[in-house]
Design a protein around this ligand. Structure first.
Ligand SMILES: NC(=O)c1ccc[n+]([C@@H]2O[C@H](COP(=O)([O-])OP(=O)(O)OC[C@H]3O[C@@H](n4cnc5c(N)ncnc54)[C@H](OP(=O)(O)O)[C@@H]3O)[C@@H](O)[C@H]2O)c1
Length: 347
């Protein structure tokens, strides 16, 4: 609604300016556009009653909060939790309406997904499955060369293949309701920050999957949106604290000679600080998810960052690569790393 009002204001202002400067024909052409937008704005009321939404990763963080919000709005929520016996799932059952159903789901397991589909199909409300929110995810930070292939497999199995695995079996149900599909990505899908390689790869791939799906699903009346949160690490469980000593102890001799121990301590402190400095208002992400599920014209991408970051992140994908790379290489931590590489000091 607010977006439509803003659009009307922009169109109206442009038409007035054109009229003022004597461009009468373009100004009059814009009048039907204003009327069209006004017609669109006419009290669009989404009614969640009788519609179900399936959310993955509801044990904590965004998924947990979204499950609560959608339940309050009147949706029938299928809240998929990895551990239905633990606190997150139990709190959902205790604090939400009896409509909300917790389903056990590890997104890396085909049998869990098959069971979840069976359960959802037999418990669908009259208007069917309206939405699916692919939210479950894991994260970690480490330099590309500190990881082995297992690390990449694990990250991709949850973040990428987990999203695909929980999407494919539900496409026909969403198609039947001409509903919504939401994928939780990250700014790190396009902002290729050092130490976030394995995670970035999975989020960029999820976006490619969602983009292709969106184009294919459009003719069925299904809308696909991508949520790109910035750093909300202080209000969710996504970033587990890591100890410099653990990282160092896992290094082989060559890695120990390349990466100075002092640097490992510095970068660990930096990661902890970054996590603590994250955005506190988790509702910014939940609002974006709700908009993607209920707005008449949901956005294809929701960039959820603070006002200052918006300037940087909207522009970043359009910068020439040398300039974008410079953002990282001029950073304080990058310079310290450069100085300490191959240095025996502090080892
Ligand atoms: N927080 C941020 O700063 C941020 C920024 C950008 C994007 N994101 C994305 O937002 C999404 C939600 O993360 P969050 O920040 O809310 O973190 P979170 O609190 O850790 O929530 C992630 C959820 O995914 C679940 N999960 C992990 N592995 C799973 C698996 N194999 N099968 C099923 N569920 C699994 C977790 O369950 P357990 O609790 O049982 O592990 C948890 O419920 C993720 O996709 C994440 O990448 C987060």
């Amino acid at each position: 609604m607010i977006r439509t009002i803003l659009e009307i204001a922009v169109v109206f202002a442009t038409a007035s300016l054109l009229y003022f400067f004597g461009y009468l024909t373009p100004a009059f052409i814009m009048v039907p556009l204003v009327i069209f937008l006004l017609a669109q704005a006419e009290s669009y009321q989404f009614n969640p009653e009788g519609r179900a939404v399936f959310i993955t990763g509801c044990d904590s963080g965004f998924g947990y909060q979204l499950a609560k919000r959608l339940d309050k709005m009147g949706f029938l929520v299928f809240a998929a939790c990895q551990f239905p016996e633990r606190k997150g799932a139990c709190d959902l059952v205790n604090e939400c309406s009896s409509r909300l159903k917790v389903i056990k789901l590890d997104v890396t397991k085909d049998e869990d997904v098959a069971q979840a589909k069976k359960f959802i199909q037999t418990n669908l409300p009259e208007k069917g499955l309206w939405g699916i929110v692919n939210n479950a995810g894991i994260s970690d930070w480490s330099e590309t060369q500190w990881n082995n292939i297992e690390h990449y497999h694990k990250m991709a199995d949850v973040n990428l293949f987990g999203s695909i695995r929980t999407t494919l079996p539900f496409i026909s149900l969403i198609r039947a309701s001409q509903g919504r599909m939401v994928f939780v990505s990250s700014i790190l899908a396009f902002f290729y920050a050092p130490n976030m390689g394995p995670y970035s790869i999975t989020k960029r791939a999820v976006e490619a999957f969602a983009d292709c799906l969106r184009v294919e699903m459009a003719c069925f009346g299904v809308k696909v949106s991508i949520i790109q949160p910035g750093n909300f690490g202080s209000v969710t469980n996504i970033l587990q604290e890591k100890m410099a000593e653990d990282i160092w102890n896992r290094f082989d001799e060559e890695q120990k000679q390349t990466f100075n121990r002092q640097y490992i301590e510095l970068v660990t402190e930096y990661a902890t600080k970054l996590r603590r400095e994250g955005i506190q208002d988790i509702n910014m992400v939940i609002d974006a998810m709700v908009d993607a599920l209920t707005s008449r014209r949901p956005k294809t991408r929701y960039l959820v960052v603070n006002m200052f970051e918006k300037v940087l992140f909207y522009a970043f994908p359009y910068w020439p690569t040398f300039l974008a790379d410079a953002v990282f290489s001029l950073g304080d931590m990058y310079q310290k790393r450069k100085l300490l590489l191959f240095s025996p000091e502090g080892n």
